[in-house]
Design a protein around this ligand. Structure first.
Ligand SMILES: C[S@@+](CC[C@H](N)C(=O)[O-])C[C@H]1O[C@@H](n2cnc3c(N)ncnc32)[C@H](O)[C@@H]1O
Length: 223
């Protein structure tokens, strides 16, 4: 009963969102793109990177490096820059020192950040170890085909990371955000959609992610 009520509430919430809902299959050409594993939550980012032939990708929030590696392995021409906190940073330290609010304490005691990054693909991956709130995006302006925002999910972090993402994006590039359902992500992205109505933002509901379509991702015409 509680589960049903939760689902109904979620549906109502999504229906009230200013961001239109789509399914991944609504993206033109996506069915012809395969990646090695669709099991990882970030596989859809690799699918989109492959679809657009991305050469330069930036990721906020490396964690173990699962999505970073999927992109690198499936897009052999692609270079990826990924940022996470310095190794060994505890949740308490991050909360006390980061310029943005922290979420997800459970991600702070799982061992080495970037531990999946290895092999040939690692040569195309640059790891930055710094609070994304203090990160200077200046050297990267206008460079990336795709930016994935998936570090702290607080309102202040998503806002700060997104503003940096927009500056680092090449004209017509794509941004993807994880976990639209999270309160901080939800609040900031809805605000962004209202402030910038010309942005083509879509909620890819089967993957829980929002995408700024950019100029290389098209939706299938409605038949
Ligand atoms: C959800 S995980 C990222 C998952 C990864 N993108 C993937 O797809 O496998 C979030 C990561 O963001 C990092 N993070 C949280 N706050 C951060 C901050 N202020 N600066 C940089 N990284 C941060 C955490 O340490 C954690 O590893």
């Amino acid at each position: 009963m509680r589960e049903l009520a939760g689902r109904a509430f979620r549906e109502l919430k999504i229906a009230a969102s200013p961001i239109l809902r789509i399914h991944l299959s609504d993206i033109e050409g996506i069915s012809s793109v395969q990646v090695e594993s669709r099991l990882e939550p970030g596989a859809v980012v690799a699918l989109i990177a492959k679809l657009i032939g991305a050469r330069e990708v930036f990721e906020f929030g490396t964690y173990k490096g699962a999505t970073t590696m999927l992109i690198a392995q499936n897009c052999p021409e692609c270079r990826i820059v990924t940022i996470d906190l310095p190794e060994g940073t505890s949740y308490e330290t991050a909360r006390a020192t980061a310029r943005v609010e922290m979420t997800d304490a459970y991600l702070f005691d799982t061992g080495a950040r970037g531990q999946f990054i290895s092999g040939e693909a690692a040569n195309r991956i640059t790891q930055i170890r710094q609070d994304s709130g203090a990160f200077d995006e200046g050297p990267y302006l206008g460079r990336f085909d795709l930016v994935y925002v998936d570090a702290s999910h607080s309102y202040s972090a998503v806002k700060s990371d997104t503003q940096k993402a927009l500056r680092m994006l090449r004209p017509g590039g794509i941004i993807m955000w994880d976990d639209y359902d999270y309160p901080g992500v939800w609040q900031y992205l809805n605000e962004l959609a209202r402030e910038r109505p010309h942005f083509e933002l879509r909620y890819v509901s089967d993957w829980g992610k929002v995408i700024l379509l950019g100029d290389r991702v098209r939706l299938r015409p409605i038949t």
